[in-house]
Design a protein around this ligand. Structure first.
Ligand code: GYE
Length: 317
């Protein structure tokens, strides 16, 4: 599929700078097309399929599982794709290895959902050198050379943090607690990941508008239920007057709910639970009254990328 790859490489840089998906800046450059005569390895046995290597974060949360499923059910043979999936178990070094493997297999595209934002220059430089476009999915990277990636499809995490604060303010007002001293703890996601950085920032930026709110503590629960529970247990031991937990994803909120119940308190009443993602189990927790709100973050990126690839192909059959 090298011909399509070359055409799309150029188009992604041009067309996507204008798209809704946060695709590149005006100064974005194209990745070099693949060298002529290069061996097709991964693509060899599937000549007509477009080969996509997906370097996924891991399987730490329900959101992540839904995101993986979205790719696995979209990039299938009947849609013209072959997906090579790699689960990095939340480790950047595993993602770097996966990307190097994809380069060796000479895939048509690399999709990267980066664990953290920094430290990508070397390996993405290698992908660029090999002429393989890199599309960022979910989280962003922090690199000075933005020609190292072609496009980004993901959420607005700062806005999600701000929305959580707006909801909390509204809720407290309605409960007649608008002027009360409110003590908050935060279960942060993986430190240095866009979802953590953005959600923390969105909340932090709005805190000064609420003089009666205090952030007692913040610690990472690594986006997992078990770590969320563990950190919440330690918060409950350290502070006896927690009014609100902000969990930077639903799975950590589920862990916090368990810890609160085990401590003899009522989640959703004694302690307000604010969360992010809005996975199915979060709705169940809200219906049960254990969770108060979950700010939506859509994990279904597969069809968005497919649409993108197809539109570009239509223009250049
Ligand atoms: O909120 C969390 C997952 O990056 C938006 O990662 C994603 C976050 C999501 O582990 O559940």
């Amino acid at each position: 599929m090298k011909r399509f790859k070359k055409v799309l490489t150029v188009l992604l840089a041009g067309v996507l700078t204008m798209s809704l998906w946060g695709c590149g800046s005006a100064s974005k450059q194209t990745a070099e097309p693949a060298a002529e005569g290069k061996q097709d390895n991964a693509a060899e046995s599937d000549k007509d399929l477009i080969v996509v290597g997906y370097a996924q974060v891991g399987a730490e949360s329900d959101w992540r599982t839904a995101n993986t499923k979205s790719f696995q059910t979209t990039f299938v043979e009947e849609n013209g794709y072959k997906l090579i999936f790699d689960d990095a178990q939340q480790k950047q070094e595993n993602q770097i290895k996966a990307i190097r493997n994809f380069i060796q297999q000479d895939v048509d595209y690399i999709v990267l959902a980066p664990v953290v934002e920094t430290g990508w220059e070397t390996v993405l430089g290698e992908a660029k050198e090999a002429g393989i476009p890199v599309i960022l999915s979910d989280r962003m990277i922090d690199v000075s050379d933005d020609s190292l990636y072609t496009c980004w499809v993901g959420g607005n995490f700062i806005k999600e943090g701000e929305d959580a604060v707006a909801w909390l303010n509204d809720y407290l007002e309605k409960q007649g607690r608008g002027d009360e001293q409110i003590n908050i703890v935060t279960l942060q996601g993986t430190i240095g990941s866009s979802a953590q950085v953005g959600r923390t920032k969105g909340v932090e930026d709005k805190m000064p508008e609420h003089k009666n709110w205090t952030m007692l503590d913040r610690q990472t629960g690594e986006f997992t239920q078990s770590k969320g529970q563990e950190v919440m247990e330690s918060f409950l031991k350290s502070y006896d007057d927690i009014d609100v937990v902000i969990a930077e994803n639903d799975n950590m909120a589920f862990g916090a709910i368990d810890a609160i119940k085990a401590a003899g308190k009522v989640p959703g009443k004694d302690i307000i639970i604010v969360s992010f993602d809005a996975v199915k189990a979060a709705f169940e927790a809200m219906i049960a009254g254990d969770m108060n709100v979950s700010v939506e973050c859509n994990p279904l990126h597969g069809p968005e990328l497919l649409k993108l690839f197809r539109n570009l192909k239509k223009e250049n059959p």
